[in-house]
Design a protein around this ligand. Structure first.
Ligand SMILES: C[S@@+](CC[C@H](N)C(=O)[O-])C[C@H]1O[C@@H](n2cnc3c(N)ncnc32)[C@H](O)[C@@H]1O
Length: 231
C-alpha cells in the first residue's frame, strides 16, 4: 500500500467533524497551558484545526508546517483571522526560530518507514528550544482492531510486532466517510524512536472515545508528552 496522498484528500478531510476537538485537543491545550508555551510549531498541521484551537486559547504565535500544499491552502483560510500571529510554511528550511513546544497530531501513523519517522523526530528536536516540549497524538496502537465512534481500521492485531505494517483507515462522522492508508508503529517502537532522537517521555495519556463508557475497555487515542533532552 502506498502512503496517502494528503493533497488529494485535503478537501474531504477538512469537512469531517472531528471528535478530537473534545478529547485529544483539550488534553493537549491543557498541557501547553501548564508549560507555559508562547511559541508553537504544529508539525504536519494539516488543515490547521489544532492551531485554530490553540491560537484561540492564548496570545502566543505559531508556525503551521505541512508538506501538502492543499492542506496548507485550507489552513491559510481557517487561520487568516489570526493575522501575523501565525506563519504557514511548506518547508522548514526558512524556519530559524526555536519553539517552546511542537505538536504532532495524527502524523506519526502517516509515516511509511522508520527512517522517515526518525527524520521527522530529529527535525522536531532541532526546532525545539532547550528542554522544549513535544506532544504527539496517535491512534492507540494497542486497540487498532476496535471500532470507535469516528474511525475503524483494517489492522490485524496479530501483526502488532510488524513495525511499519500498512493498514486501511475509515474515518467518518455520520455523514462523510474517507479512507486512507496508515502505518503501524507499536508503543515500544515509538518509545525507541523518541529515545533515539533525543526525547524523554514524561507521560502517556490514553484518551477515551467521545461516547465514553464509565469503564472504557479500549482507547482510540494516545498522547505522548516528551521533553527534548541532549543526545
Ligand atoms: C491525518 S493528517 C493530520 C493533520 C493534522 N495534524 C490534524 O491533526 O488534523 C496527517 C498530516 O501529516 C502530513 N504529513 C505526511 N507526511 C509528513 C511528513 N513526512 N512530514 C510532515 N508532515 C507529514 C500530511 O500532509 C497530513 O496533513
Amino acid at each position: 500500500m502506498n502512503p496517502t496522498d494528503w493533497n488529494s484528500l485535503a478537501a474531504s478531510y477538512s469537512v469531517i467533524r472531528d471528535s478530537r476537538l473534545v478529547s485529544v485537543f483539550p488534553a493537549t491545550l491543557r498541557l501547553l497551558r501548564e508549560l507555559p508555551c508562547a511559541t508553537l510549531l504544529d508539525y504536519g498541521a494539516g488543515d490547521g484545526r489544532f492551531l485554530e484551537a490553540w491560537l484561540d486559547s492564548t496570545d502566543g504565535t505559531a508556525v503551521a508546517y505541512d508538506p501538502a500544499p492543499q492542506m496548507l491552502r485550507i489552513a491559510a483560510t481557517r487561520l487568516s483571522r489570526f493575522g501575523d500571529r501565525v506563519q504557514i510554511v511548506d518547508t522548514l528550511k526558512a524556519v530559524n526560530q526555536r519553539f517552546d513546544a511542537v505538536t504532532f497530531h495524527a502524523v506519526w501513523m502517516c509515516l511509511p518507514s522508520r527512517a522517515t519517522c526518525l527524520n521527522c523526530l530529529s527535525d522536531v528536536h532541532n526546532l525545539l528550544a532547550d528542554k522544549g516540549a513535544f506532544f504527539a497524538s496517535v491512534t492507540h496502537p494497542c486497540f487498532r482492531d476496535r471500532q470507535f465512534s469516528t474511525f475503524r481500521t483494517s489492522f490485524d492485531m496479530d501483526d502488532y510486532t510488524r513495525e511499519g505494517s500498512p493498514f486501511e483507515v475509515s474515518l467518518f462522522d455520520g455523514e462523510e466517510v474517507i479512507k486512507f492508508t496508515d502505518f503501524h508503529w507499536s508503543l515500544g517502537e515509538m518509545s525507541r524512536q523518541l529515545h533515539e532522537t533525543g526525547f524523554t517521555v514524561q507521560e502517556i495519556t490514553e484518551l477515551p472515545d467521545v461516547d465514553r463508557e464509565p469503564w472504557p475497555r479500549a482507547f482510540p487515542w494516545l498522547l505522548f508528552s516528551a521533553r527534548k533532552s541532549s543526545l
